[in-house]
Design a protein around this ligand. Structure first.
Ligand code: HEM
Length: 138
C-alpha cells in the first residue's frame, strides 16, 4: 500500500514538473519559434494547466495518506515543514491559475503580466519542495 502511494506521489510529481517546466519553456520561447500560433499555444497552456492541477491534487492526496499511514499526524523536522510550505505555495498558485483561466473568456491574447511571475515562483517552489522532501526523509 505504502509503495503504491509513493509511486503515485512521485509519478504525480513527474507530471507536475513536466507542466511547470513546460510553462517556463513557453516563457523562454522567443525568436523564430515565436511565430503567431494562438491556437497551438492555447492548447499547450490548457494541457499544462490541467496536468498541473491533477498532479498537485494527487501529490497532496497521496502525501497526506503517506503521512498518516506511515508517520502519524506530523513529522517534526524543519525540512518537512519547509517542504509543506513550498507544497502549499504550489497548490495555491495552481488553483489560482486554473480559477483565473476558467473565469477568463476564451480567445487569443496573452495572459495577464503577473501570470509568468507565478509560473516562475511555482516552478521554484516545486524544486524546493522536492529538495526539502529528500532531506526530510534521508
Ligand atoms: C510539491 C509538493 C511535494 C513534492 C515535490 C514532494 C516530493 C516528495 C519526494 C521527492 C519524496 C521522496 C523522498 C524520499 O524518499 O527521499 C516524498 C515523500 C513523501 N512525501 Fe512528498 N512531496 C510533496 C508534497 C507532499 C505533501 C503535501 C505531503 C503531506 C502532507 C507529503 C508527504 C510525503 C511523505 C509522508 C513522504 C514519505 C514517504 C516515505 O516515507 O517513503 N508530500 N515527497
Amino acid at each position: 500500500m505504502i509503495e503504491i502511494l509513493k509511486i503515485i506521489h512521485l509519478l504525480a510529481l513527474m507530471f507536475g514538473a513536466a507542466a511547470s517546466f513546460g510553462n517556463l519553456y513557453m516563457l523562454m520561447a522567443k525568436g523564430p519559434a515565436d511565430l503567431p500560433s494562438p491556437g497551438f499555444t492555447g492548447q499547450l497552456r490548457f494541457m499544462f494547466r490541467l496536468s498541473a492541477l491533477v498532479a498537485i491534487l494527487t501529490i497532496w492526496a497521496s502525501g497526506v495518506l503517506l503521512l498518516f499511514i506511515k508517520y502519524g499526524w506530523w513529522i517534526n523536522s524543519f525540512s518537512f515543514d519547509a517542504k509543506i510550505v513550498f507544497a502549499t505555495i504550489v497548490l495555491l498558485i495552481v488553483l489560482f491559475l486554473n480559477l483565473l483561466a476558467m473565469r477568463t473568456p476564451k480567445g487569443p491574447g496573452a495572459p495577464p503580466s503577473y501570470v509568468p511571475v507565478l509560473h516562475i515562483i511555482g516552478a521554484g517552489s516545486l524544486v524546493l519542495a522536492m529538495a526539502f522532501a529528500v532531506v526530510a526523509f534521508v
